[in-house]
Design a binder for this molecule. Structure first.
Ligand code: GLY
Length: 388
């Protein structure tokens, strides 16, 4: 407990000071929650807020469609956070005055070949074993939902509970909400060092100046191990996992897709303004964030095989992002061996989806010293237990 959780009537100098490293969706959402709770919040970003993995993402809230064998432990957290999104979005829109385009159209995963159909049926059995709500669609039923898909589909799997949000709009809204709640955002301000004194994080050094803080939150995504000053035992096992993406421009009055579609090799996310986001490669290339011919070719081939009408669409944008992948693809949340240093990183493919639950759990931990039960399986400890 660091006191004054609501901050009202408390002199600024007495309010808990929080330094957040990283102005992506995770750092901004935590900063907003803590500023709204009365803390003195400073969010530091090495570049512009929301311009890293947050900007690169597609904004899918696809807890069911993205459920993968080996990630069962993550599923309850993903589903909990998905259930928090409606209230989170409403609160954020009210706090910022900006919209974030939250939509619940579900996800359709399609099979193009006989092999794809067998794989998708296997995935359906796996999803059913987890109690997920997914419905098998015949090719004809899938085409009724999405008439521009290639005829002759082997079948499709529909996850009605999934949705999407415009991640770039979320970032813009969080910046406004953070500031309106009294938080300060420092852009182009790389943290040069987390200052640790007698085993406790006491602040961050930025542009040669020490900013003292009662708590330091590490939310630097793929860069989380690159912040100097953090002792090795407190470093989360997070690495960059590159994704190449592109966007095509559809006619918003006659879009080729209504909802999110996963082809066997790409996902397609239509926005209300006519952008069709196509993602994404998954590559282990360190911090190399260049677009490649092979990556872009794979995306274009993936979308064209499923949606031949894209052939004439203009390319609107191409980009890359670096997902913060952890050793088990799940986030790293809460305490670490350095007192006062709180982790909120490693969200890998689920940073947008997991923002609401991460913000609540990490802000709650900072304010009370208790980590919510839903987040407890995701502390740094789990890696130490594996190694032991
Ligand atoms: N969640 C989608 C991606 O990571 O590409």
């Amino acid at each position: 407990m660091i006191g004054h959780p609501d901050g009202r009537g408390v002199a600024a100098s007495e309010r808990p000071a929080i330094a957040v490293i990283g102005g992506g969706i995770i750092g901004l959402a935590i900063g907003w929650r803590l500023a709204a709770a009365g803390c003195r919040v400073d969010v530091f970003d090495a570049g512009r807020a929301g311009q890293g993995a947050t900007r690169a993402a597609a904004g899918m809230l696809a807890a069911d469609a993205e459920a993968e064998p080996g990630e069962q432990a993550l599923l309850p957290l993903n589903r909990l956070s998905r259930s928090l999104w409606p209230a989170f979005a409403a609160e954020l829109e009210a706090a910022s005055g900006l919209t974030v385009d939250l939509r619940w159209d579900g996800t359709v995963q399609i099979a193009l070949s006989a092999d794809d159909t067998a794989r998708l049926r296997h995935h359906h059995a796996f999803a059913r074993s987890l109690g997920l709500e997914q419905h098998w669609l015949t090719g004809a039923e899938a085409l009724r939902r999405e008439p521009h898909l290639r005829p002759g589909l082997g079948g499709a799997l529909f996850s009605p509970g999934d949705g999407q949000v415009d991640n770039r709009k979320v970032a813009a809204a969080l910046v406004v909400a953070l500031r309106r709640a009294g938080g300060r955002l420092h852009e182009d301000r790389a943290v040069e060092e987390v200052v640790v004194e007698r085993g406790r994080a006491t602040g961050v050094r930025v542009a040669g100046t020490l900013h003292r803080a009662d708590r330091v939150v590490l939310a630097a995504g793929a860069w989380s191990r690159r912040i100097p000053g953090i002792p090795p035992e407190a470093l989360p096992p997070v690495r960059p996992v590159k994704g190449q993406m592109l966007a095509l421009r559809m006619d918003p009055a006659a879009p080729l897709l209504r909802g999110v579609v996963w082809t066997p090799t790409a996902y397609l996310v239509p926005r209300a303004d006519g952008r069709l986001i196509v993602g994404a490669t998954v590559e282990e290339r360190g911090f190399d964030d260049r677009l490649t011919a092979g990556g872009v070719y794979a995306l274009l081939d993936g979308v064209w095989r499923a949606l031949p009408g894209v052939e004439d669409l203009p390319i609107d944008e191409m980009w890359t992002g670096l997902r913060p992948g952890s050793r088990d693809d799940a986030p790293v949340l809460g305490p670490c061996p350095v007192d006062g240093l709180v982790l909120a990183t490693g969200h890998h493919r689920n940073g947008i989806l997991l923002a609401p639950v991460t913000a609540d759990a990490v802000a709650g931990f900072v304010l009370t010293g208790d980590l919510d039960a839903a987040a407890r399986p995701f502390t740094l400890d789990r890696f130490r237990e594996c190694a032991a």
